[in-house]
Design a protein around this ligand. Sequence first.
Ligand SMILES: [Zn+2]
Length: 269
Amino acid sequence: MINYTERIRVLMQDVVSRTPELSFINLTEVLVFGRFGRPDAEGAFATCHCLTLPETEPGYYFWRDRSTGELTRRSEWFVTKTPVVRVGPTQIKYLISFVLPRFCEQSLDRSWKRELYGSDAPWIAKLDTIVHELYHIDPTATGIRQVAHANGSRSRLHGPEFYERVALIVRSYLATDPHPAMLEFLKWDFAGLHQRFGGVVGTTFRNFPSFPQRYMEACRALPVDSAVKVEPLKPLTQPPLYTEHDLHVRQFTDSSARRLTRKGQHRAA
Ligand SMILES: [Zn+2]
């Protein structure tokens, strides 16, 4: 079977090593993993998740009486934190998730991205997505790359210049004449991958379909005004620390993802 997330990781390494603009990226601090998503459903193909956002200042939720405006209830104090993900001695700074099998079906032929790539092969859409997610890694290491708009505001959402920049990087990477074997797996859709490799597997987290995400942690040491009812926070649903032991290789099918039970499959992506 083909380990799809591993193949993406190897390709990313090749892209980064041939692209001066992305050469600041240290891929040992980036973990590639798979999420499940049907090909026929709407949604993202891939996402870049930043793990370097700092803990927030303590805060709380509150509820007011609609007519009097008076405080009726409040939550406990909490801070919002980012879980730590560590693979061996390395702390991971970014996660990049690919939605499988949806991503395998991505094609320029069904995309507005066609206009960025002219008559290029349909599978270039997948390479574009891979480079797009790498391009989200901020060179100043402060989170997700933001895009400065002409009006001076900055936003996580990308304007046309983001997509054009990514297409330029894709074209210059292809112009470096990468080894065809590096890219070949992108040419197959999900059925084609099955035919050729007998199945598609990828790195996932133990708590699949969940994965490391920001969470709220109660600060019980802070004083609380006892005049109003205090609602406790929901208990934590995910660990504050993930390690390589929390990585499971799962097989992705059209309708699900199931864990491979074979030992020795844990892979630090
Ligand atoms: Zn994006």
